[in-house]
Design a protein around this ligand. Structure first.
Ligand code: ATP
Ligand code: MG
Length: 428
């Protein structure tokens, strides 16, 4: 038979391999602890939603809806569906559908894969993961401060230095409207300096022009009218109070008047966590969204962080990784030994030990190589000698300092095996 063509994974969608598992688990545990520590409860929504949820919830004139969504028609029933590009819209949809806000505000969090059709590059993928928190039904700057403090605690728990907070206020819609007019007038007066994206957005979403990454336009947007100069007293008070709460916690931040965020539904507070110019987490207040999605008006704020970007920082910070996959590796030779080894392995698992039983035969030398590579603390040897005597040989694979091949050996009676192994591991 001719060799079959190898089928590759989809571009920009990554396999997460077992060697990365310890890193992911360390991250996920820290996230779970943090969320619990602030009273957030996990919600799991589907990866697929109706396309109109995102069109309405994210906004038509955004990068995501304009060009990044994996949208398709379900060939079986004609429904227009989309792989979720973010999860705030999904969480709000689910909260309304199940009436979660009936007895007051809710703190929710999620994690999982998101999908955006972008040009894949380091830190930018087509399937990537986000962790997010949503504080639904909270109007005050205290909730904004809370979600920000939660993030800071996570960076601290993960040992990530140098993550910097930038904040801004987008005010309310009437304030944004006045600013928008000033902005359009300013950009119209500088029409020849706008790039293609900016010209297209001049009337549809001029605020987004401020978010441009085009170096040629930096000085133009730098001098553009600032939204913070258009804030009314109420918006200003909200922004001031947030800053006061952050100061009180000694949390350093920078007010960045050009911070606008990509999504349409933000108002008042917006923030980003940035490391060396790369945003790892963004969030803010999105008071209009619940009503836009058909609910009773209800204020809300939250954030979404890019998991892959955080993991990359953890790698750089030298996150300690434990390569061990088991406590005990069991080697054996011959049919009778295999049977005894299998039974012993099951007993050890009954006692909650992690056991890898050698499969596939081979000499003791080859089996010990596997045992060493497994990271196990102990090898158990079921040989013919041992079996005849009703015994097992314990071999210590790692010394107290974790060095491979510590070499100590001991023979024990099979019926005492579990207690001896537990003792040996407890002394590790
Ligand atoms: P950017 O300006 O980098 O495209 P964004 O504004 O589209 O970011 P958000 O929608 O705010 O990003 O998503 C929150 C976080 O999710 C980002 O700060 C980033 O860390 C991460 N993220 C966004 N898109 C991707 C992607 N394609 N691959 C990996 N991580 C991503
Ligand atoms: Mg983007």
């Amino acid at each position: 038979m001719s060799r079959q063509e190898k089928i590759q994974g989809v571009r920009g969608m990554n396999d997460i391999l077992p060697d990365d598992e310890a890193l992911w688990q360390r991250f996920e545990e820290a996230v779970g602890d943090c969320m619990r520590g602030y009273g957030y409860r996990r919600i799991r929504t589907p990866i697929v939603e109706h396309t109109r949820l995102f069109v309405r919830g994210i906004g038509e004139v955004t990068d995501i809806v304009e060009k990044e969504m994996y949208s398709f028609t379900d060939a079986l029933n004609g429904e227009e569906l989309t792989l979720r590009p973010e999860n705030t819209a999904g969480v709000v949809r689910a909260s309304l559908e199940h009436n979660l806000l009936y007895d007051g505000p809710k703190r929710l969090w999620y994690t999982g894969p998101m999908f955006r059709h972008e040009k894949p590059q380091k830190g930018r993928y087509r399937q990537f993961h986000q962790v997010g928190a949503e504080a639904l039904g909270f109007a005050g700057p205290d909730a904004d401060a809370e979600v920000i403090l939660l993030c800071q605690r996570l960076w601290d728990d993960l040992g990530l230095p140098g993550v910097q907070l930038e904040i801004n206020s987008l005010g309310h819609s009437d304030e944004r409207r006045a600013h928008r007019e000033a902005l359009i007038a300013y950009f119209e007066a500088n029409k020849d300096r706008l790039d293609e994206d900016a010209s297209r957005r001049l009337y549809s979403n001029p605020l987004r022009i401020l978010d441009t990454k085009n170096p040629a336009m930096q000085s133009l947007v730098e001098a553009a009218p600032k939204l913070t100069d258009f804030l009314g007293p109420e918006s200003q008070a909200h922004f001031d109070r947030l800053q006061k709460l952050l100061h009180a916690q000694n949390l350093p931040f920078r007010v960045n008047p050009r911070l606008v965020r990509g999504l349409d539904y933000y108002n008042l507070t917006v923030f980003e966590w940035v490391v060396d110019g790369l945003t790892i987490c963004g969030g803010g207040r999105y008071d209009p969204l619940v009503e836009m999605l058909g609910g009773k008006p209800s204020p809300a704020c939250g954030f979404a962080m890019g998991v892959e970007r955080v993991l990359e920082l953890m790698r750089k910070a030298g996150a300690p990784l434990d390569p061990a996959v088991c406590d005990v590796y069991v080697v054996h030779q011959g049919d009778a030994s295999q049977l005894a080894a299998l039974q012993a392995a099951e007993r050890l698992r009954d006692a909650a030990l992690d056991v890898v039983l050698h499969c596939g035969g081979g000499g003791f030398k080859a089996q010990f190589k596997r045992a060493d590579a497994s990271g196990a603390f102990l090898a158990l040897v079921f040989g013919e000698d041992e079996l005849a005597a009703g015994e097992v040989t314990l071999k210590w694979l790692r010394g107290d300092d974790g060095a491979v091949g510590a070499g100590r050996q001991q023979r024990v009676a099979i019926d005492r095996l579990t207690e001896v192994v537990i003792d040996a591991i407890a002394q590790d």
